[in-house]
Design a protein around this ligand. Structure first.
Ligand SMILES: [Zn+2]
Length: 117
């Protein structure tokens, strides 16, 4: 008798906010690394090109690469929210578990497919 009307609500409603917050955070971190929209590194030209600076630059580059990958995943997830495929596995089409989406809002694969790759 007690039908739950709220189940008809799309599950994606909250995830957009979560993903947008994540995207903003990643963009902010990239900007701090000098990888903002302008692109390229903004190292102070007064820095001597010592090996230490080179090493730090390498670490920053690696971190920026990870952040860019994460940002691309978040943006892809937002696109899936828009076209209504968010929350479905990109490989098998099954629903991705809410617990997994909570832990990894940008997850593209269900846990079965992710562990199979
Ligand atoms: Zn799957």
């Amino acid at each position: 008798m007690a039908s739950d009307a709220s189940t008809s609500e799309p599950v994606t409603a909250d995830y957009r906010a979560i993903l947008e917050r994540e995207r903003a955070g990643l963009a902010h971190q990239l900007a701090e690394l000098g990888h903002g929209d302008s692109g390229g590194l903004n190292y102070d030209s007064n820095f001597a090109d010592t090996s230490q600076v080179t090493a730090e630059r390498g670490e920053a580059e690696a971190l920026a690469g990870e952040l860019k990958d994460a940002l691309a995943e978040v943006e892809a997830a937002l696109a899936r929210v828009d076209n209504g495929t968010y929350g479905r596995c990109a490989r098998c089409g099954q629903a991705i578990g809410p617990a997994r989406l909570e832990a990894m809002p940008a997850a593209q694969l269900c846990i079965t497919c992710a562990s199979r790759s």
